[in-house]
Design a protein around this ligand. Sequence first.
Ligand SMILES: C[S@@+](CC[C@H](N)C(=O)[O-])C[C@H]1O[C@@H](n2cnc3c(N)ncnc32)[C@H](O)[C@@H]1O
Length: 393
Amino acid sequence: MSVPEKVQFFDQLRGAVSAGTFVRVNLGHPLRDDDAVHNIFVRPVQLRDGLYLSFTYRHAKRDVVKNLVPEDAYVLLEELIGGSFANAFLSLTTGTAQLTLRKGRSARLILGRAEVAAVPSLTHDRPKERMVSQQAPWLKELGVTNPDGTIRPSMEAKFRQIHRFVELLSPLLTEARLLAGEHPLRVTDMGAGKGYLTFALHEHLRSVALRPVSTRGVEVRTDLVEHTNAVVRRMRWEGLEFVPGSIAGTPLDRTDVVIALHACDTATDDALARGIDAGATLLVVAPCCHKEIRPQIVPPAVLAGALHHGILLEREAEFLTDALRAALLECAGYEPRVFEFISPEHTSKNLMIVAIKREATVDTKARTRVQELARFYGVKEQRLAKRLGISLI
Ligand SMILES: C[S@@+](CC[C@H](N)C(=O)[O-])C[C@H]1O[C@@H](n2cnc3c(N)ncnc32)[C@H](O)[C@@H]1O
């Protein structure tokens, strides 16, 4: 272990484990494509015969846990960092250290401010390792948690949503090969609101990306922009800012990731169109109200009776809008996925569309599918189609 940055990282880790100030190590950015383990999370646990470091190996669909005494844990971590994972994020109650080690590149160690003030419970049966720590100071600042780190009763659903969002995005960022690169990673959150997801994503990226991260939240309400920027200042975070403006009108330079969760009606289409224009590799939207299509639907004869019922017409309009969006994303060279991202018992607006850029060329077969689908329902206009210059008639 002759790399000085690695030596310094392990000195900090060993010192913190002895002093009781060690919070966690997260390993990310697997170095082999075939590696089934996306991340490893390491935390201290107090067992009957002493202190252990508990390793959680996160696979796509399951976690595997093993506990090691600290000296064995250090040996394993030394092998894993730079061997299986390029990125190691160390969190102590006194500060953070992010180590990046890749073959052929010089090592990088970035030291930062502490993200938590105290070590969480050391009991072994602690709930599953969370991707968003309940103790994160920004959650307190945004009113999601109380000063003692417990979740406010009225914010439990919001916390679940924030957590699920990061959990879903984490493997997508790896799949889209966004964690490493020559330039800073640029993220834009359209319709950022109170910034819950913007803060969560920025914090997550800071701990897993191998390049600086620059995150911008665009929000039309200036009071919210002032509030979120004030929180950024209090947190003394770098690379995160909120700007006032509309999704359609705010200039967007090159960006790698565009997210827009619950932006109203066609604002979702504007966000997708802006992301496509800006060459984004990853687009993530959770559509909100679907007003544009409903009044245009002229039901085909076989559906006329069913769509006479308002609720069925509303659901059909939602289905059609999002089906068109997915097909339009294919037209633009993206691979779309549509799924429920949180249980419908928490919110009915739980559909998520994720798209990863695959092709530079326009898919003409997808264009035909879009037109056939629109024609079937008599729909002549849809915002994203218009923004992409695709005629529905
Ligand atoms: C329902 S909130 C969602 C906030 C955040 N994305 C989330 O999911 O937690 C929608 C936010 O988008 C903002 N918004 C709606 N339409 C917008 C537009 N066209 N341009 C910019 N912001 C917009 C609203 O002011 C509001 O703060």
